[in-house]
Structure formats: C-alpha cells, structure tokens
Design a protein around this ligand. Sequence first.
Ligand SMILES: *Cc1c(COP(=O)(O)O)cnc(C)c1O
Length: 357
Amino acid sequence: MLNFTVGPVMCSDEVREIGGEQVPYFRTPEFSKLMLENEQLMLKYAKAAEGSRVAFMTNSSTGSMEAVVMNCFSSDDKVLVINGGSFGQRFVDLCVIHGIPHDVLKLNHGQKLTKGNLYEYDGKGYTGLLVNIDETSTGVLYDAEMLGEFCKKNDIFFVCDCVSAFLADPFDMAHCGADVMITGSQKVLACPPGVSMIVLAPRAVERVVNANVKSMYFNLADVLKNMERGQTPFTPAVGILRQINTRLKEIEAAGGADTEIARVASQAKDFRDKIKELPFEFVSESPANGVTPVHPLNADAYEIFTELKDHYGIWICPNGGDMKRTVFRVGHIGYLTHDDNTILINALKDMQSKGKL
Ligand SMILES: *Cc1c(COP(=O)(O)O)cnc(C)c1O
C-alpha cells in the first residue's frame, strides 16, 4: 500500500514496530518520564514561549478543537471564525453547539485570506479568533503572522488549529502570538490516529485553569494538573504515546522541526513539478506544504481515487461535500519519498494512456 492521504499517513518502521508490542501499564515513573519528554519536544517544535504547557488528549483532533472551544470561551465572548472550508465550518458548528457568540469570515474554496479581508473586522470588539492555519480541505495556508498581529492589536485570544500544518509549514507560536496550537498524531507526526495535542501559551494556561467547564473528559485544567507529573486523568492511548515519543526523537535526530518542514516542502514541490504534465489544475491560491488539492480537467475526481485504490494499490485523498467529484487531494506528509511521487505520477500516466484521465 502507498498512502498519499492526509491522515492516517505512512509510519516509519520504528514507529510501526512499537505498534506490534504489548501495551505497558502507565501509572509508572517510566511512562511519566516519556510523557514529560513528549511535552518538551512538542514545546520546542511549536516554538512555544517559556511557561507554555501541553495537554495530550486521547481523542482525534476534533475532540481537541471542541475542548478548546469549551475551555477557552464562554457566552461572554465574541469570536471571529475564519471559514474557508470544512474544517473552518467545524469551528463554526462547535461555537453553535456550545453557545459561543461568533461571526464568520467566509472565504471561497481555495481563496487566500488577505489583510484587506481581515481588517474589515478590526476594532469590532472581538475577544477570540479561531482559524485552521492549513484549511486541509482546500490546502490553503493562512498567514499566522498576519493573523497574530491583528489579534495583538485587538487583544484577541488567538487559537490556531495546526492539525495538518504543524511540522509541515513554518509556525512560530511565540512569535505569531498564538495562545493555543492544536495538532494530532496521524498527520505530520505520522503515528496512528488517537492522540491529539493542545499546546497552551501561558495566557491560555491561565484561562483554562480558571474556566468553569461543564465536562469531565474535556476538563483541561484537570489534564494540565495531571501532566505536571507526566500523567493523564484517565487511561490514555499508551501505545500511541510511545510511538509519538519515538517519532519526536526521530525528528530530533534528523535535525529538528525545521528539517522536517523542509522535507515536507520538498516532497510537495517535487509532486507539483511532476504533475504539471498531466491534465490537472491546482485549486489553492496560497498552497500549504502538507497537501495539494487537484482539480481534474477531464475526469471525475472520485473515480480517480477509486481507480488508484482498486487497481494500483495507491491511496489519494478524496474530498467530501460539494468538492467530491471535482477535487482530490494528494498528501505530502508521513513516510513518503520523491520516488513514491514518481510511482503515483506513473499510475496517473497509465490511466491517461487508457483514456481514464
Ligand atoms: C485532520 C484535521 C482535523 C482533525 O480531524 P480528526 O478527524 O478529528 O483527526 C482538524 N483540523 C484540520 C485542519 C485537519 O487537517
């Protein structure tokens, strides 16, 4: 199997081996040490400010998006949501479910967020901003520095969903002033799904510690309290947290976060260069490194996905909703190489020679 989806993605052999081992008991000093090591490396790679903390959540990243909305905002807030696709819409839905007053800055699929769009909301009394730094459904990368400047100017609590951007696109949490950064195990971290990390800057730590959240599992103050000793309130996905530890150290050994970001960027560039010969169009005005959304000019996007899966053993990522038949996505994250890109391009060329593109 060759997997070009945007999660779960291909894992390294070392990470896969851990998946075959017995899962150890976790209320031990050894597991606490591993968790604290995970926290230190996450803070380092996120370029988080001194005093930041990490909550390791056993849920997919949507659970962390929900936890952040519940713990960081209340009905007294006025939140601006950047909505350029299905993940932006998810933040909008979460605000509705939890009764958080909000406005939506709506962008068309693939549209870049400009300073002009954003500053229409300047000085309007917003207290929070929710954004998916890479809107993975359309592959658009938003400018975290520009958003951070806007938030600083307006004293807005700044939440970044970096689920597919973390370790794929440059992101400096302290520099852009993000209060919260969310990511998950199955994207660039290239581990199985099941764990999501919430990195909280000092201002966010203070906010969640004082929050009055009506939830047991999504009580981030409780999570942070336990994490002081490298533990979690409830049984975490112990095996995946061990895989994350191995993966974080692999990244360190290879040169750190910036090296991994450069590797993903080069994987994306290689694919974008190679696919130019084929009858496709790119969708995004401001492409993120993690994924390339592709619009086939003469064929049905979903049929290309099915054909590659059933006849070539290659998985690309179909799109949902109204983009299902017009756009498919090719991921550049996980354990993939330039040669893997060539295999995919050759499969597409083979389909073309058979009149299927
Ligand atoms: C993958 C992803 C998520 C989370 O999806 P889950 O299915 O909950 O893991 C959230 N936001 C973005 C931008 C993503 O790419």
